[in-house]
Design a protein around this ligand. Structure first.
Ligand code: ADP
Ligand code: MG
Length: 198
């Protein structure tokens, strides 16, 4: 699975780390490939300390041996690159997951990316997920249902906004290891089950 978006700060790296972490806690062998050379969130996250349960690789570290016997590869990408780059990415992945905030400016950025891909065969690999939605109120559900009505594949699970993700990033752990992180982790668990049938 590859996480991508044309907008930065939508939660790609946070989700990449947590989806990989959740799969690892379900005894799956997972590698997180951190392709964001500039920010390197996943690599930094792992370097902060606590056990994540999966290996984080940079592109230069990828060797066939490292990927042998792996159940899932989660790829975190930088929030840039045009249509051509995106289509290349789609060719080498099973699912392209596009996190998007629930507000109109964020949804419009997501729509322009998804619509650019719609004419191409790889479109069927694209799925959106509403992320950083307020934990109270219906903005997340409204955004999800709007995308769905437009014929965009969108996860039924909504990733709500919780401070546990920020604490987890600070400590280099997962939200489930943070006090008060249970709600965040329940979203991650639901999304993992939905996306990977794992
Ligand atoms: N579900 C969430 N709830 C609260 N904060 C979040 C959530 N997802 C991401 N963040 C925060 O938003 C910021 C951007 O997230 P990040 O995962 O780095 O996005 P991207 O990789 O798309 O640029 C970070 O400070 C991160 O801690
Ligand atoms: Mg990132």
């Amino acid at each position: 699975m590859t996480l991508a978006s044309w907008k930065g700060g939508v939660g790609k790296s946070t989700l990449a780390v947590h989806l990989a972490g959740c799969l690892a806690r379900r005894d799956k062998r997972v590698v997180l490939l951190d392709e964001d050379e500039r920010v390197g969130s996943g690599a930094r996250w792992a370097s902060r300390g606590e056990t994540l349960g999966f290996e984080v690789l940079r592109p230069e570290d990828v060797k066939p041996k490292k990927l042998r016997n792996v159940d899932f590869v989660v790829i975190d990408t930088p929030g840039r690159g045009g249509l051509r780059k995106l289509r290349e990415t789609l060719k080498r992945t099973d699912v392209l997951l596009v996190p998007t905030g629930p507000w109109v400016t964020e949804l419009d950025a997501t729509r322009s990316m998804v619509e650019a891909l719609r004419p191409h065969a790889e479109f069927e690999k694209v799925s959106c997920v509403i992320a950083r939605a307020p934990a109270v109120g219906g903005a997340g559900k409204r955004a999800r249902d709007a995308l769905s009505r437009e014929g965009v594949s969108v996860a039924s699970t909504i990733i709500r906004a919780y401070n546990a993700y920020l604490t987890a990033a600070e400590r280099g752990c997962l939200a489930c290891d943070v006090r008060g992180g249970a709600s965040a982790w329940s979203d991650v668990s639901a999304l993992t089950s939905e996306l990977f049938s794992a």
